[in-house]
Design a protein around this ligand. Structure first.
Ligand code: HEC
Ligand code: HEC
Ligand code: HEC
Ligand code: HEC
Ligand code: HEC
Length: 278
């Protein structure tokens, strides 16, 4: 169920609440075995553009590799239009929006990523929109959008307009915190696999991780540093909780070993006693 997991950890919740409800309803309803995570249908948009050359055909190939394709976000989800009617597919009366001009791109993407849009608009990047600042597609691409990660912060991408200095500070602070999150996540998963009840710990980590992943788009060095400190304090608490679980398990192991040893001694005694009677 990677789709639902991604939906849950995404910042899309307000806009896609209804969609996820629909998905949940679809999952709950009796149904054939396929559905939710399936690749999007071959719409008339894909069929026609797939056979067109250059700038009209290229989006199809790029999109097929994207996280959007993986999650059923097809051409018409972004561009509007009627995906079932080849003749009128791109009619404005069918909701066709066309391709957004550069200054309109953030709002275009932000329909489904409202949290990110808000942070972006409040940032130095958002303030420079239309005046040399980057839009969503400058960093994520337009059709081949992949799962986001800190690898997107790199010299090649970030030095197109300014030095890497401030970007580096943000990346280093975030990488350190991410390492911490990944470590705790691994431990929780290990415990879970061993049958330990990790629900509460899992929920806490989930909340911290969501908070962490809303840090970037404001590109505010001071805020990233302060929030990273704060988040690391939260993670420190989780580390301590995990230690308590560790210690309890170690004690139980010792107790278990004692019980086994005790049973063996008793068995031996019984055996000896039985022998001396025989
Ligand atoms: C029968 C073929 C055909 C179908 C079906 C079709 N398109 Fe197009 N599309 C074209 C052609 C040809 C162009 C370039 C000429 C034009 O803009 O009208 C184009 C242009 C576009 C553009 C660029 C417009 C711009 O402003 O530069 C977008 C975006 C687009 N199509 C999306 C879609 C979507 C989404 C669908 C399905 C809802 C779709 N197309 C269905 C043939 C098609
Ligand atoms: C995640 C949203 C999204 C999806 C999904 C998407 N597009 Fe686009 N598309 C965009 C954006 C944004 C632009 C404008 C990009 C730019 O200026 O860099 C664009 C531009 C285009 C253009 C104009 C390209 C040009 O160079 O003039 C065409 C044609 C197009 N898309 C077709 C499609 C088709 C066909 C699909 C489905 C296979 C599709 N798009 C899926 C967001 C999307
Ligand atoms: C119609 C709704 C919709 C539009 C419009 C849209 N997206 Fe998405 N986007 C989604 C969904 C659904 C996902 C998958 C769930 C998730 O991971 O958040 C997603 C995932 C993503 C991810 C990966 C998130 C992650 O967790 O790593 C990025 C990055 C992204 N979109 C960027 C964009 C950009 C850039 C645009 C505009 C070109 C755009 N989106 C337009 C719905 C949309
Ligand atoms: C300057 C480059 C840059 C710009 C501009 C940018 N992003 Fe991002 N985006 C990133 C980076 C880097 C990450 C990864 C942050 C992380 O791992 O916490 C990211 C993460 C994301 C995610 C995943 C967030 C999550 O909750 O996991 C989404 C969705 C997304 N961006 C969408 C957008 C949209 C929509 C826009 C435009 C309004 C945009 N981005 C503008 C670089 C950028
Ligand atoms: C298309 C041009 C462009 C790209 C690409 C770009 N930036 Fe920027 N960035 C700007 C502009 C314009 C400003 C505002 C002027 C300034 O502070 O230099 C800015 C400012 C910043 C600031 C300072 C913010 C503040 O409030 O002081 C940081 C940090 C930053 N960018 C990080 C990044 C990172 C990280 C990347 C790569 C993921 C990136 N930028 C890519 C144009 C860009």
């Amino acid at each position: 169920m990677t789709y639902l997991r991604q939906l849950r950890r995404s910042s899309l919740r307000p806009a896609l609440g209804a969609l996820s409800l629909a998905v949940l309803a679809a999952l709950a309803a009796p149904q054939p075995t396929h559905a939710a995570a399936e690749a999007p249908a071959e719409t008339v948009c894909i069929q026609c553009h797939g056979s067109l050359p250059d700038r009209l055909g290229a989006p199809v190939k790029l999109w097929r590799t994207s996280i959007h394709s993986e999650n059923g976000i097809s051409c018409n989800a972004c561009h509007g239009g009627d995906p079932k009617d080849a003749a009128d597919a791109m009619n404005r009366s069918r909701g066709f929006l066309g391709a957004p001009k550069e200054p309109d791109i953030p709002a275009f993407c932000g329909r489904c990523h409202p949290g990110v849009l808000k942070d972006y608009l409040a940032s130095a990047h958002g303030r420079a929109l239309g005046k040399g600042g980057p839009t969503c597609v400058t960093c994520h691409g337009n059709h081949a959008v992949l799962k986001a990660s800190l690898d997107l912060i790199n010299e090649k991408s970030c030095t197109r307009c300014h030095s890497f200095e401030r970007a580096r500070i943000i990346k280093e602070a975030m990488q350190q915190t991410e390492g911490h999150i990944v470590g705790i996540d691994r431990k929780i998963k290990d415990y879970q696999a061993q049958g330990v009840d990790t629900e509460r710990l899992g929920k806490s980590l989930f909340a911290v991780r969501n908070r962490f992943h809303t840090l970037f788009h404001e590109v505010n060095v001071t805020k990233v540093k302060a929030e990273s400190n704060d988040i690391n304090t939260e993670l420190g608490k989780l580390d301590r909780d995990l230690k308590v679980v560790d210690e309890a398990r170690a004690k139980r192991k010792v107790a278990g070993a004692c019980a086994v040893a005790g049973a063996l001694v008793l068995a031996l005694l019984f055996h000896l006693m039985k022998k001396s009677y025989d």
